[in-house]
Design a protein around this ligand. Structure first.
Ligand SMILES: Cc1cc2nc3c(=O)[nH]c(=O)nc-3n(C[C@H](O)[C@H](O)[C@H](O)COP(=O)(O)OP(=O)(O)OC[C@H]3O[C@@H](n4cnc5c(N)ncnc54)[C@H](O)[C@@H]3O)c2cc1C
Length: 402
């Protein structure tokens, strides 16, 4: 590793872009090439299902840096070009154009791709990952009166909120009995379900989509019933883009397997972001995280590692969502099996939920209360007094058991 190594980053999304920016910021003077198959400079995706989808912000607001920043910082940004293979012996990335790009160090930041259910007509549904997908969805919302959204996860629920805002009759089909149950558990998952029902979403739980047919309007068959809608959206999770890594013989297991410093099974190749199943020393386990903050933190951390600094990744996962009048942040890694302690009054719409394993805090979620994430983060792993934790009158800095 040296400050003059040629670094190639495959994937010009959030994590790849962040890594390139951090590499220059950390003093790397050698060549940096970003190979990105999208026709955009690196951008962040959360607005695609929120303010951008709702027409409240533009595409430029999502860019990590303006388009000309990369050339100004001597970073070669290849747009609209996919990497098709990695030759590990020759240390070359093969491009779809046929050109090879040599590297000393390679970073894979290829992200993930929306899954589609294996049901008849699945291809008729819109999915959401890229700017163009959000554009298509916004245009479809503008000309439609009704939508069925398959999947009551984060993307499904955010697109449902946007659909309601656009005035559509909105049906959400969720396979589980409670949306978000796997992350938030029954109580808080139910809170989100009620939020959506209060805002006019026809949220049908324990309901599996069985087929989609028609040419618009479409018929979605679910739970034995036919639902007719002008539009169908599918938000059923995303699969890591591991094809390149697998073909190159790198270790892959629910993402590219990397250690706590983002090294793959090849010491010259690193992986971060949605595609990386990374060992997190703070959690004591491997985790593949599909969140905005993870792209930022891992991008910054891998830049240091690639420049020879000693970094072990121990950052507690963080994510946020905005739906209707609810904004929340979640930090840590709770389990639906953990106890939930509510600080404040859920009915007021402003509260903090904590997940506890015994007396130990595993995660916290602030709802419509801001500037508390650092305090919540500081509690993760600590044993707390439950009564004091639940009491908004006791500062969060004074809830740890003596
Ligand atoms: C609609 C939407 C809303 C979201 N909202 C939130 C939110 O509210 N909160 C939150 O915490 N997270 C949110 N996320 C998740 C967050 O955006 C992702 O975790 C983040 O984008 C991951 O960054 P990444 O760089 O790993 O992947 P990406 O940003 O997807 O970048 C990967 C890039 O690699 C490119 N690529 C793949 N293969 C190749 C190849 N062979 N050659 C060249 N390029 C390639 C892809 O085209 C893509 O441009 C949201 C995601 C989406 C899609």
């Amino acid at each position: 590793m040296s400050a003059t190594d040629a670094i190639v980053i495959v994937g010009g999304g959030h994590a790849g872009g962040k890594a390139a920016i951090a590499l220059r910021g950390e003093g790397h003077t050698g060549p940096i090439t970003i190979v990105g198959e999208e026709n955009h400079p690196p951008y962040e995706r959360p607005p695609l299902s929120k303010e951008y989808l709702q027409g409240e912000s533009g595409a430029d607001a999502m860019l990590l840096e303006p388009a000309d920043w990369y050339a100004e910082h001597d970073i070669t940004l290849l747009q609209g070009v996919a990497a098709t293979a990695i030759d590990r012996d020759a240390k070359l990335v093969q491009l779809a154009t046929g050109d090879p790009v040599p590297y000393d160090l390679l970073l894979l930041a290829t992200g993930s791709t929306p899954r589609r259910l294996d049901i008849p007509g699945a291809e008729l549904a819109l999915t959401l990952r890229r700017v163009e997908d959000s554009d298509a969805l916004r245009e479809a919302y503008a000309r439609s009166g009704s939508v069925v959204i398959i999947g009551g996860g984060w993307i499904g629920l955010e697109t449902a909120a946007a659909a309601r805002k656009a005035g559509l009759d909105t049906t959400v089909l969720e396979y589980a009995a409670v949306p978000l149950q796997n992350v938030l558990g029954d109580e808080l998952g139910t809170y989100f379900a009620e939020l959506h029902r209060r805002n006019g979403v026809d949220l049908r739980t324990s309901t599996a989509a069985e087929s989609i047919s028609g040419t618009g309007p479409y018929v979605v068959t679910a739970g034995g019933q036919d639902i007719t809608a002008d539009l169908v959206v599918m938000g059923v999770g995303a699969a890591p883009n591991t094809g390149l890594a697998e073909a190159a013989g790198l270790a892959v297991d629910n993402g590219v397997t990397v250690d706590e410093s983002f090294r793959t099974s090849d010491p010259a190749i690193y992986a971060i972001g949605d595609v990386a199943n990374a060992h997190n020393t703070g959690l004591g386990s491997r985790l593949r995280v599909e969140h905005w903050d993870n792209a930022i933190r891992q991008g910054e951390a891998v830049a240091k590692v690639m420049l020879g600094q000693s970094v072990t990744y121990d950052w507690q996962p963080y994510f946020y969502t905005d739906q209707f009048d609810l904004g929340m942040e979640y930090v840590g890694r709770g389990s639906s099996a953990h106890d939930v302690v509510i600080r404040g009054d859920k009915d007021s719409g402003e509260f903090i939920a904590f997940w506890l394993d015994g007396d130990r805090v595993t995660a916290g979620m602030n709802v419509n209360i801001w500037d508390v994430t650092d305090d919540i983060r500081a509690l993760i792993g600590s044993s707390v007094d439950r009564a004091r934790l639940a009491d908004p009158g006791v500062p969060l800095t004074e809830v740890v058991q003596a």
